[in-house]
Design a binder for this molecule. Structure first.
Ligand SMILES: NC(=O)c1ccc[n+]([C@@H]2O[C@H](COP(=O)([O-])OP(=O)(O)OC[C@H]3O[C@@H](n4cnc5c(N)ncnc54)[C@H](OP(=O)(O)O)[C@@H]3O)[C@@H](O)[C@H]2O)c1
Length: 249
């Protein structure tokens, strides 16, 4: 029996990934800051476990409760938009605590188990914003670029224990809670000195491309990362991510 632990399973990509693996006979440990039993179908193979990836005590409690796992998906994360001058250091630190240090802390805590069993897969969810520089997204992009380089280096030091690391790189997914959460965190991200330029940036932005990423695209990419040992290190999720990667190649 295969067991996967997914962070941020209350909504969006994490929720869909939990559903996808449940449908394919995996045991799923769906972790959430505020555990909810009503978002996933009841199953003997489903366990809902409380986890805040920014708190060390919560991480060790969750992993103890989970027991041995075969795969860890570091999906929990949030966005932040604004000019660097418009985003507080506190907001940026909180973002890195979640997107970057949360991923590193979960990975560090799961590794002893993987190492002892001589196997395991770590899937880190990044973002297609790392493929091409964009204005007003410097903090968010930096938090995900750090996850990518961290993952690349980590892969080299854990492969000797039979542990694989993969990146899933989704494009823009407007149907998850991501944009609303990013708006709340960003608050007044565009100071007066940037206002007219930011207006031009937004009006020069072509209409949103028809291609988008869905939660199902991400669940499928995570499935490939976990179940296919020959999968590439970077797995793009969503037609827009695939198109952008081809444009910048
Ligand atoms: N949507 C996009 O356009 C997009 C594109 C590329 C990459 N991504 C990345 O994909 C991942 C999932 O995003 P999504 O679109 O599915 O957004 P989402 O629906 O907002 O999901 C984010 C998840 O992270 C959880 N979370 C937030 N803070 C947490 C914490 N401290 N500890 C544990 N869990 C926490 C949220 O839980 P609560 O319900 O408790 O807040 C929620 O379950 C993120 O890493 C995001 O950066 C998103």
């Amino acid at each position: 029996m295969n067991t996967i632990l997914i962070t941020g399973s209350s909504s969006g990509f994490g929720l869909e990934t939990a559903r996808y693996f449940l449908d394919r006979d995996w045991t799923v440990i769906a972790t959430m800051r505020k555990p909810r039993k009503d978002v996933l179908p009841a199953s003997e193979r489903l366990r809902i476990v409380a986890l805040d990836v920014t708190e060390a005590a919560s991480i060790s409690r969750a992993l103890n409760e989970a027991g041995p796992i075969d795969a860890l998906v570091n999906n929990a994360g949030a966005g932040l938009m604004g000019a660097l001058e418009g985003v507080s250091m506190e907001a940026m630190r909180q973002l890195f605590e979640l997107n970057t240090f949360g991923t590193m802390a979960m990975t560090q805590a799961a590794l002893p188990g993987f190492r002892k069993q001589g196997s395991g897969v770590i899937v880190n969810v990044s973002s297609a914003v790392t493929l091409k520089p964009l204005p007003l997204l410097s903090a968010y992009t930096a938090s995900k670029a750090a996850v990518e380089t961290f993952s690349e280096n980590l892969a080299l030091e854990v492969e000797l224990f039979g542990v694989r690391v993969r990146l899933v790189i989704p494009g823009r997914a407007p149907k998850t809670s991501f944009s609303a959460t990013a708006r709340d965190r960003s608050q007044n991200g565009i100071p007066e000195a940037y206002a007219s330029w930011a207006k031009q940036v937004f009006s020069a932005t072509p209409p949103q491309p028809a291609e988008i990423t869905t939660a199902d695209d991400v669940a499928k990419a995570v499935w490939q990362a976990v179940t296919d040992a020959s999968s590439p290190f970077r797995i793009l999720a969503g037609a827009d991510a695939v198109k952008l990667a081809a444009q910048v190649a």
